[in-house]
Write a protein that binds this ligand. Sequence first.
Ligand code: AQP
Length: 345
Amino acid sequence: MPVFKERVFSGVQPTGNLHLGNYLGAIVKFVALQEKYDCLYCVVDMHAITVWQDPAELKRTTREVTAAYIASGIDPKKNIIFNQSQVAEHAELAWVLNCVARLGWLNRMTQFKEKAGKDRENVSVGLFAYPNLMAADILAYRATHVPVGEDQKQHLELARDIAQKFNNDYAESIRANGFGETFFPLPEPLISGPATRVMSLRDGTKKMSKSDSSDYSRINLTDDADTIAQKFRKAKTDPHPLPSGVKELESRPEAENLVGIYAALSGKTAADVLKDFGGAQFSRFKEALTELSVEKLGPVGAEMKRIVQDAAYIDSVLKDGSARARAIASETMKAVKDIVGFVRV
Ligand code: AQP
Protein backbone atom coordinates (compact mmCIF):
# COMPACT_ATOMS: atom_id res chain seq x y z
CA MET A 1 0.00 0.00 0.00
CA PRO A 2 1.53 3.39 -0.95
CA VAL A 3 1.95 6.08 1.67
CA PHE A 4 -0.88 8.63 1.46
CA LYS A 5 -0.72 12.11 2.95
CA GLU A 6 -2.36 11.81 6.36
CA ARG A 7 -5.63 13.70 6.40
CA VAL A 8 -8.65 13.68 8.72
CA PHE A 9 -12.25 13.98 7.51
CA SER A 10 -15.46 13.81 9.54
CA GLY A 11 -18.91 15.33 9.64
CA VAL A 12 -22.00 16.01 11.70
CA GLN A 13 -25.56 16.16 10.37
CA PRO A 14 -27.51 19.38 10.92
CA THR A 15 -30.61 17.50 12.00
CA GLY A 16 -31.51 19.00 15.35
CA ASN A 17 -30.04 19.68 18.73
CA LEU A 18 -26.42 18.68 19.10
CA HIS A 19 -26.08 16.55 22.20
CA LEU A 20 -23.46 15.18 24.57
CA GLY A 21 -23.06 12.06 22.38
CA ASN A 22 -22.13 14.13 19.32
CA TYR A 23 -19.85 16.24 21.48
CA LEU A 24 -17.94 13.48 23.30
CA GLY A 25 -18.13 10.87 20.53
CA ALA A 26 -17.05 13.20 17.75
CA ILE A 27 -16.46 16.94 18.26
CA VAL A 28 -14.03 16.67 21.20
CA LYS A 29 -11.95 14.30 19.10
CA PHE A 30 -12.06 16.66 16.12
CA VAL A 31 -10.57 19.36 18.33
CA ALA A 32 -7.72 17.13 19.56
CA LEU A 33 -6.82 15.90 16.06
CA GLN A 34 -6.25 19.38 14.66
CA GLU A 35 -2.93 19.49 16.54
CA LYS A 36 -1.50 16.61 14.52
CA TYR A 37 -3.30 16.44 11.17
CA ASP A 38 -4.73 18.46 8.30
CA CYS A 39 -8.44 18.20 9.05
CA LEU A 40 -11.68 18.76 7.16
CA TYR A 41 -14.83 19.05 9.25
CA CYS A 42 -18.03 19.03 7.29
CA VAL A 43 -21.64 19.91 8.11
CA VAL A 44 -23.29 17.12 6.16
CA ASP A 45 -26.49 18.80 4.99
CA MET A 46 -26.95 16.36 2.08
CA HIS A 47 -27.10 13.49 4.56
CA ALA A 48 -29.63 15.43 6.60
CA ILE A 49 -32.22 15.47 3.79
CA THR A 50 -32.29 11.67 3.58
CA VAL A 51 -35.16 12.24 6.02
CA TRP A 52 -37.47 15.24 5.73
CA GLN A 53 -36.02 18.57 6.92
CA ASP A 54 -37.87 21.84 7.07
CA PRO A 55 -35.85 24.14 4.71
CA ALA A 56 -35.64 27.15 7.05
CA GLU A 57 -34.74 24.87 9.96
CA LEU A 58 -32.03 23.15 7.90
CA LYS A 59 -30.36 26.50 7.24
CA ARG A 60 -30.54 27.36 10.94
CA THR A 61 -29.10 24.03 12.12
CA THR A 62 -26.35 24.10 9.46
CA ARG A 63 -25.16 27.40 10.92
CA GLU A 64 -25.62 26.06 14.45
CA VAL A 65 -23.40 23.01 13.85
CA THR A 66 -20.79 25.34 12.31
CA ALA A 67 -20.99 27.50 15.44
CA ALA A 68 -20.61 24.37 17.60
CA TYR A 69 -17.43 23.38 15.78
CA ILE A 70 -15.92 26.81 16.33
CA ALA A 71 -17.19 27.16 19.92
CA SER A 72 -15.68 23.77 20.79
CA GLY A 73 -12.26 24.97 19.69
CA ILE A 74 -11.87 23.95 16.04
CA ASP A 75 -9.84 26.68 14.35
CA PRO A 76 -11.46 27.48 10.97
CA LYS A 77 -8.23 28.95 9.61
CA LYS A 78 -6.06 25.96 10.46
CA ASN A 79 -8.72 23.43 9.42
CA ILE A 80 -11.36 23.36 6.70
CA ILE A 81 -14.92 23.82 7.96
CA PHE A 82 -17.60 23.70 5.28
CA ASN A 83 -21.04 22.40 4.37
CA GLN A 84 -21.27 19.40 2.10
CA SER A 85 -23.78 20.73 -0.46
CA GLN A 86 -21.37 23.49 -1.49
CA VAL A 87 -18.85 21.02 -2.86
CA ALA A 88 -20.59 19.29 -5.76
CA GLU A 89 -17.82 16.69 -6.01
CA HIS A 90 -19.35 14.81 -3.03
CA ALA A 91 -22.46 14.02 -5.07
CA GLU A 92 -20.48 13.43 -8.24
CA LEU A 93 -18.14 10.91 -6.61
CA ALA A 94 -21.07 9.31 -4.77
CA TRP A 95 -22.59 8.40 -8.15
CA VAL A 96 -19.41 6.62 -9.23
CA LEU A 97 -19.29 4.82 -5.87
CA ASN A 98 -22.98 3.86 -6.22
CA CYS A 99 -21.78 1.90 -9.22
CA VAL A 100 -18.93 0.29 -7.27
CA ALA A 101 -20.76 -0.65 -4.04
CA ARG A 102 -22.91 -3.79 -4.14
CA LEU A 103 -26.57 -3.89 -3.19
CA GLY A 104 -25.89 -6.77 -0.82
CA TRP A 105 -23.37 -4.67 1.11
CA LEU A 106 -25.90 -1.90 1.69
CA ASN A 107 -28.59 -4.41 2.61
CA ARG A 108 -26.49 -5.35 5.64
CA MET A 109 -26.35 -1.82 7.11
CA THR A 110 -27.95 -1.96 10.54
CA GLN A 111 -28.53 1.81 10.77
CA PHE A 112 -30.75 1.66 7.68
CA LYS A 113 -32.69 -1.25 9.14
CA GLU A 114 -33.18 0.63 12.42
CA LYS A 115 -34.15 3.92 10.76
CA ALA A 116 -36.40 2.40 8.08
CA GLY A 117 -38.00 -0.07 10.49
CA LYS A 118 -41.23 -1.49 9.15
CA ASP A 119 -41.67 1.44 6.76
CA ARG A 120 -38.95 0.24 4.35
CA GLU A 121 -40.99 0.82 1.17
CA ASN A 122 -41.69 4.39 2.15
CA VAL A 123 -38.28 5.78 3.10
CA SER A 124 -36.15 7.74 0.63
CA VAL A 125 -33.70 6.07 -1.72
CA GLY A 126 -31.17 8.51 -0.24
CA LEU A 127 -31.51 6.94 3.21
CA PHE A 128 -30.56 3.58 1.72
CA ALA A 129 -27.65 4.97 -0.36
CA TYR A 130 -26.42 7.24 2.48
CA PRO A 131 -23.33 5.10 3.26
CA ASN A 132 -22.12 5.49 -0.35
CA LEU A 133 -22.34 9.27 -0.03
CA MET A 134 -20.44 8.98 3.27
CA ALA A 135 -17.73 6.99 1.47
CA ALA A 136 -17.59 9.74 -1.18
CA ASP A 137 -17.30 12.44 1.53
CA ILE A 138 -14.18 10.75 2.87
CA LEU A 139 -12.64 9.57 -0.39
CA ALA A 140 -13.10 12.91 -2.19
CA TYR A 141 -10.23 14.08 0.02
CA ARG A 142 -8.46 10.72 0.04
CA ALA A 143 -8.69 11.06 3.84
CA THR A 144 -6.75 8.51 5.86
CA HIS A 145 -8.37 8.94 9.31
CA VAL A 146 -12.03 9.36 10.28
CA PRO A 147 -12.99 10.13 13.89
CA VAL A 148 -16.54 8.89 14.58
CA GLY A 149 -18.71 7.44 17.32
CA GLU A 150 -19.17 3.67 17.61
CA ASP A 151 -22.48 3.82 15.67
CA GLN A 152 -20.64 4.74 12.47
CA LYS A 153 -18.20 1.82 12.58
CA GLN A 154 -20.12 -0.28 10.06
CA HIS A 155 -20.37 2.61 7.58
CA LEU A 156 -16.62 3.15 7.84
CA GLU A 157 -15.99 -0.52 7.13
CA LEU A 158 -18.19 -0.17 4.06
CA ALA A 159 -16.20 2.89 2.93
CA ARG A 160 -13.04 0.80 3.15
CA ASP A 161 -14.65 -2.00 1.13
CA ILE A 162 -15.74 0.48 -1.54
CA ALA A 163 -12.26 2.04 -1.72
CA GLN A 164 -10.71 -1.40 -2.00
CA LYS A 165 -13.09 -2.51 -4.75
CA PHE A 166 -12.49 0.70 -6.72
CA ASN A 167 -8.72 0.14 -6.42
CA ASN A 168 -9.11 -3.47 -7.59
CA ASP A 169 -11.66 -2.92 -10.37
CA TYR A 170 -9.68 -0.07 -11.88
CA ALA A 171 -6.16 -1.28 -11.01
CA GLU A 172 -4.99 -1.28 -14.61
CA SER A 173 -6.40 2.18 -15.36
CA ILE A 174 -5.00 3.57 -12.10
CA ARG A 175 -1.55 2.43 -13.20
CA ALA A 176 -2.04 3.58 -16.80
CA ASN A 177 -3.02 7.06 -15.61
CA GLY A 178 0.13 7.33 -13.52
CA PHE A 179 -1.40 6.97 -10.04
CA GLY A 180 0.68 3.97 -9.02
CA GLU A 181 -0.80 0.84 -7.50
CA THR A 182 -3.79 2.18 -5.57
CA PHE A 183 -5.78 5.38 -5.85
CA PHE A 184 -7.82 5.54 -2.66
CA PRO A 185 -6.41 4.97 0.83
CA LEU A 186 -8.44 2.64 3.07
CA PRO A 187 -9.69 5.18 5.64
CA GLU A 188 -9.07 4.22 9.24
CA PRO A 189 -11.84 4.76 11.79
CA LEU A 190 -10.71 6.53 14.95
CA ILE A 191 -13.06 5.23 17.62
CA SER A 192 -11.55 5.29 21.07
CA GLY A 193 -11.96 6.65 24.57
CA PRO A 194 -14.65 6.26 27.20
CA ALA A 195 -17.56 7.90 25.31
CA THR A 196 -17.64 6.28 21.88
CA ARG A 197 -21.28 5.39 22.49
CA VAL A 198 -23.12 7.70 24.87
CA MET A 199 -26.48 6.20 25.77
CA SER A 200 -29.91 7.73 26.32
CA LEU A 201 -30.54 9.05 29.84
CA ARG A 202 -33.94 7.32 29.75
CA ASP A 203 -32.71 3.92 28.56
CA GLY A 204 -29.12 2.78 28.95
CA THR A 205 -29.46 0.31 26.07
CA LYS A 206 -30.38 2.95 23.45
CA LYS A 207 -27.92 5.46 22.03
CA MET A 208 -28.35 9.14 22.86
CA SER A 209 -29.83 10.57 19.69
CA LYS A 210 -31.07 13.84 18.21
CA SER A 211 -34.21 12.18 16.93
CA ASP A 212 -35.38 10.73 20.29
CA SER A 213 -38.79 12.26 20.98
CA SER A 214 -37.92 12.83 24.65
CA ASP A 215 -35.65 15.80 25.34
CA TYR A 216 -34.95 14.16 28.72
CA SER A 217 -33.06 11.40 26.89
CA ARG A 218 -30.18 13.75 26.05
CA ILE A 219 -28.11 16.68 27.25
CA ASN A 220 -28.07 19.32 24.51
CA LEU A 221 -25.01 21.51 24.08
CA THR A 222 -27.20 24.56 24.54
CA ASP A 223 -28.95 23.36 27.74
CA ASP A 224 -28.56 25.73 30.69
CA ALA A 225 -27.35 24.65 34.13
CA ASP A 226 -30.85 24.11 35.55
CA THR A 227 -31.90 21.97 32.61
CA ILE A 228 -28.75 19.85 32.85
CA ALA A 229 -29.33 19.36 36.58
CA GLN A 230 -32.96 18.39 36.02
CA LYS A 231 -32.12 15.93 33.24
CA PHE A 232 -29.44 14.15 35.27
CA ARG A 233 -31.72 14.10 38.33
CA LYS A 234 -34.41 12.37 36.28
CA ALA A 235 -31.94 10.06 34.46
CA LYS A 236 -32.83 6.40 34.82
CA THR A 237 -30.66 4.42 37.26
CA ASP A 238 -30.89 1.17 39.18
CA PRO A 239 -31.48 1.06 42.96
CA HIS A 240 -27.93 0.03 43.96
CA PRO A 241 -25.01 2.28 44.92
CA LEU A 242 -22.16 2.63 42.41
CA PRO A 243 -19.81 -0.38 42.37
CA SER A 244 -16.11 -0.08 43.07
CA GLY A 245 -14.95 -1.97 39.96
CA VAL A 246 -15.66 -1.51 36.23
CA LYS A 247 -16.44 -5.21 35.74
CA GLU A 248 -19.63 -4.79 37.80
CA LEU A 249 -20.79 -1.99 35.50
CA GLU A 250 -21.21 -4.41 32.60
CA SER A 251 -24.64 -5.60 33.71
CA ARG A 252 -25.76 -2.08 34.73
CA PRO A 253 -26.11 -0.07 31.48
CA GLU A 254 -27.41 3.16 33.05
CA ALA A 255 -24.65 3.24 35.68
CA GLU A 256 -22.05 2.40 33.04
CA ASN A 257 -23.30 5.25 30.85
CA LEU A 258 -23.20 7.90 33.59
CA VAL A 259 -19.76 6.78 34.75
CA GLY A 260 -18.57 6.85 31.11
CA ILE A 261 -19.86 10.40 30.68
CA TYR A 262 -18.12 11.50 33.88
CA ALA A 263 -14.89 9.81 32.76
CA ALA A 264 -14.97 11.46 29.33
CA LEU A 265 -15.72 14.92 30.70
CA SER A 266 -13.05 14.69 33.42
CA GLY A 267 -10.39 13.03 31.27
CA LYS A 268 -10.19 10.15 33.78
CA THR A 269 -10.71 6.43 33.26
CA ALA A 270 -13.93 4.76 34.45
CA ALA A 271 -11.82 2.87 37.02
CA ASP A 272 -10.55 6.16 38.47
CA VAL A 273 -14.08 7.57 38.61
CA LEU A 274 -15.15 4.50 40.58
CA LYS A 275 -12.19 4.97 42.93
CA ASP A 276 -13.77 8.31 43.86
CA PHE A 277 -17.44 7.28 43.75
CA GLY A 278 -17.55 3.50 44.38
CA GLY A 279 -20.18 2.87 47.10
CA ALA A 280 -21.81 6.30 46.60
CA GLN A 281 -25.55 6.69 46.02
CA PHE A 282 -26.63 7.93 42.60
CA SER A 283 -27.99 11.13 44.09
CA ARG A 284 -24.48 12.21 45.15
CA PHE A 285 -22.90 11.04 41.89
CA LYS A 286 -25.53 12.84 39.80
CA GLU A 287 -24.81 16.08 41.64
CA ALA A 288 -21.09 15.75 40.89
CA LEU A 289 -21.87 14.85 37.28
CA THR A 290 -24.10 17.90 36.92
CA GLU A 291 -21.42 20.17 38.33
CA LEU A 292 -18.79 18.76 35.96
CA SER A 293 -21.11 18.93 32.93
CA VAL A 294 -22.06 22.54 33.61
CA GLU A 295 -18.38 23.43 34.05
CA LYS A 296 -17.38 21.75 30.76
CA LEU A 297 -20.41 22.37 28.54
CA GLY A 298 -21.50 25.76 29.87
CA PRO A 299 -18.75 27.76 28.12
CA VAL A 300 -19.24 25.82 24.84
CA GLY A 301 -22.99 26.40 24.86
CA ALA A 302 -22.55 30.10 25.68
CA GLU A 303 -19.97 30.57 22.92
CA MET A 304 -22.21 28.71 20.47
CA LYS A 305 -25.11 31.02 21.27
CA ARG A 306 -22.85 34.03 20.77
CA ILE A 307 -21.42 32.87 17.43
CA VAL A 308 -24.82 31.85 16.07
CA GLN A 309 -25.95 35.49 16.32
CA ASP A 310 -23.35 36.39 13.70
CA ALA A 311 -24.67 34.65 10.57
CA ALA A 312 -22.38 36.74 8.33
CA TYR A 313 -19.30 35.44 10.15
CA ILE A 314 -20.52 31.82 10.00
CA ASP A 315 -21.27 32.14 6.29
CA SER A 316 -17.81 33.58 5.67
CA VAL A 317 -16.27 30.54 7.40
CA LEU A 318 -18.38 28.18 5.26
CA LYS A 319 -17.56 30.09 2.09
CA ASP A 320 -13.83 30.03 2.71
CA GLY A 321 -13.90 26.37 3.83
CA SER A 322 -15.94 25.29 0.81
CA ALA A 323 -13.50 26.93 -1.60
CA ARG A 324 -10.56 25.19 0.07
CA ALA A 325 -12.39 21.85 0.16
CA ARG A 326 -13.41 22.18 -3.50
CA ALA A 327 -9.79 22.75 -4.51
CA ILE A 328 -8.87 19.32 -3.11
CA ALA A 329 -12.01 17.42 -4.14
CA SER A 330 -11.93 18.70 -7.73
CA GLU A 331 -8.42 17.25 -8.19
CA THR A 332 -9.63 13.87 -6.90
CA MET A 333 -12.66 14.00 -9.18
CA LYS A 334 -10.59 14.81 -12.26
CA ALA A 335 -8.42 11.79 -11.52
CA VAL A 336 -11.47 9.58 -10.90
CA LYS A 337 -12.93 10.62 -14.27
CA ASP A 338 -9.69 9.72 -16.03
CA ILE A 339 -9.50 6.40 -14.19
CA VAL A 340 -13.12 5.48 -14.91
CA GLY A 341 -12.87 6.49 -18.55
CA PHE A 342 -15.00 9.64 -18.72
CA VAL A 343 -13.84 12.00 -21.48
CA ARG A 344 -12.73 15.39 -20.14
CA VAL A 345 -12.48 18.05 -22.85
N1 AQP B 1 -24.77 8.68 21.29
C1 AQP B 1 -23.61 8.89 20.68
N2 AQP B 1 -22.45 8.57 21.29
C2 AQP B 1 -21.24 8.80 20.69
N3 AQP B 1 -21.13 9.34 19.45
C3 AQP B 1 -22.27 9.67 18.81
N4 AQP B 1 -22.52 10.24 17.62
C4 AQP B 1 -23.85 10.38 17.43
N5 AQP B 1 -24.52 9.93 18.50
C5 AQP B 1 -23.56 9.48 19.38
C6 AQP B 1 -21.46 10.63 16.69
O1 AQP B 1 -21.64 12.00 16.38
C7 AQP B 1 -21.19 12.21 15.04
C8 AQP B 1 -22.24 12.97 14.29
O2 AQP B 1 -23.43 12.21 14.24
P1 AQP B 1 -24.48 12.59 13.14
O3 AQP B 1 -25.23 13.76 13.55
O4 AQP B 1 -23.85 12.72 11.83
O5 AQP B 1 -25.35 11.33 12.98
P2 AQP B 1 -26.17 10.43 13.95
O6 AQP B 1 -25.33 9.30 14.39
O7 AQP B 1 -27.33 10.06 13.17
O8 AQP B 1 -26.55 11.35 15.18
P3 AQP B 1 -27.80 11.21 16.06
O9 AQP B 1 -27.65 12.24 17.09
O10 AQP B 1 -27.98 9.84 16.54
O11 AQP B 1 -28.96 11.61 15.08
P4 AQP B 1 -30.25 10.81 14.70
O12 AQP B 1 -31.11 10.89 15.87
O13 AQP B 1 -30.76 11.59 13.53
O14 AQP B 1 -29.86 9.40 14.35
C9 AQP B 1 -20.89 10.84 14.42
O15 AQP B 1 -19.49 10.62 14.45
C10 AQP B 1 -21.57 9.90 15.37
O16 AQP B 1 -20.92 8.65 15.41
